[in-house]
Design a binder for this molecule. Sequence first.
Ligand code: GCB
Length: 599
Amino acid sequence: MAAPTSVPVPLITNASSRPGSIALDGSWAHLIDPYRTGELDLWGGENTRGWHRGHRPRRAADGSVLPTDRVEYDFEAATTLEVPGSWVGQRVELTHYEGAVWYDHSFAHEPDRDGRAFLRFGSVNHDARVWCNGVEVGRHVGGYGPFDLEVTEALRPGSDQRVTVRVEAERRADRIPGLNTDWANDGGITGSVHLVPVPTTFLRTAWVQLDPSGARLLGEIVVDGADAAGATVDLDIGGGWSITLEAGPDGIARLDTPAPADLERWRPGAAVLHEVTWRLRVGDRELDVLTDRVGFRTVRTEGARILVNDEPVFLRGIAIHADAPGRNDRACRPEDAATLLDWAQSLGVNFVRLSHYQHPEHMVRECDRRGLLAWCELPVYWGIAWDDDAVLTNATSQLDELIVRDRNRASAILWSVANETMPDEGRNRFLRRLIGRARELDPTRLVAAALFVTPQGDGHHLDDPIAADLDVVGANNYFAWYYGDVETTPTIGWSQDVERPLIMTEYGAGALAGNHGHDRARWTEEFQAAVYTAQYEMQRAIPFLAGTTPWILKDFRTPKRQLPGIQDGWNRKGLFGPDGEEKLAARVVRDAYANWPDP
Ligand code: GCB
């Protein structure tokens, strides 16, 4: 097995739980800026007196603005937006807004002059430029992944600190995702923000996992700072097992050692999380301590089966969008994740497809705690500028962020590099680069993609050439909804060019919760239930089927869907309505899962 590669992504493992880490969530001042006045001068160059300076109009004692004052913005007088949260649901005027918004937040913090500090953003959709006390500290492009920016030099002595972020959420052909998606483009600071103080030399990134055979323990530690080269790291995974590693001249220590024989495994439905500790030492001095709760399990394929801890498992799943239950927002709060997973588990699932992008870190951690297996996905979706190298670079860094953030999660068993992309040379090259990168960063998990199904008469043959590059193939089929009918769906036979485990990653039908009628009337709960019954008859006969995830857990917001009285801006394929109203099809899924034989 190839040794795991070093991680160029400067991502701090378990950032929000580091000792001394401060949540900056709450109310942030905001100003909308559709013309980019805060950033650009009249000719489109950089505005040197931009809004990051945080000026405000100077006033006389009577409150009137002085005649020589020319400032035309004021964060202190501005209204606020909640962080984390998308702006779309917080101000009616911002419902479909995709331009720039400035966020500004002041907080008290006395920096430790002997340490360093970073800002961790859980996610910002889509392009974030960040200043700390008026000093630009970095930029990040990509609406779902986490990023860290160092603010050591920008923090002020004394306790008054200020963070300013220019967020811009344009949909563009040269972004990931591209112009067209079937979900809401939730602009804003959508993930939690933390200030993370760390020692000058610290444990930046660390992971530990079993290799697919279970025989070896693999991992890597990135030490960052002046004392990194040659530093010592004591790794303790609990149960009396520990090892001491030494960082090389690059500050990286690699782990590849026989796994302890009695390591208690994390299993689907029976989560066992170990308290893992990494201690960083230089000589006798302990510089830093990192802890995380980590589960150990193996995952691999054998023919068309998926094996977890060497046992074949059928993935009884459900696809989930990060769409907040009962709120016009992205599901950005821990309680959103808990509600969505409660609904999912009421169906009897052991698996969730976290579509179509990186879900918040707490979602994957919640899967870990509940013993749910997870498919983790990149927003490489529909039309992408396959031949644009800058787009590939961005997709790769989004993949890096996803893998580096979640590599310690036992629940995450599959990295999915794309959803419904059309095979051609450019696309195949692009996806192969991502697939290769995923394998390079993580030799312990499976790589997948959800593929587009074009109807082919009474049989369906999977012939996408990318399948040969994947460990597991996903197929999105809409028999009986976008094509075909309920009567013939059960008779459709499936075949494939190369033997791979297949997960039916999408299927379903739209139904407005509470809309009842006969079972061939579109948009009724009865019709949706009939489509599911027909789908399961078809799916049960596929010999290489290893899992199934209906589309989708709950109705989700999408400006694409505008059938008045039925859709009104919602994709209605949920098994539950926006507030958790259970539809008839949920029962069909529950019954199917209760009786689905294990492979
Ligand atoms: C798909 C897409 C998904 C859509 C779904 C639909 O194939 O992967 O993002 O929301 O179909 O409802 O049409």
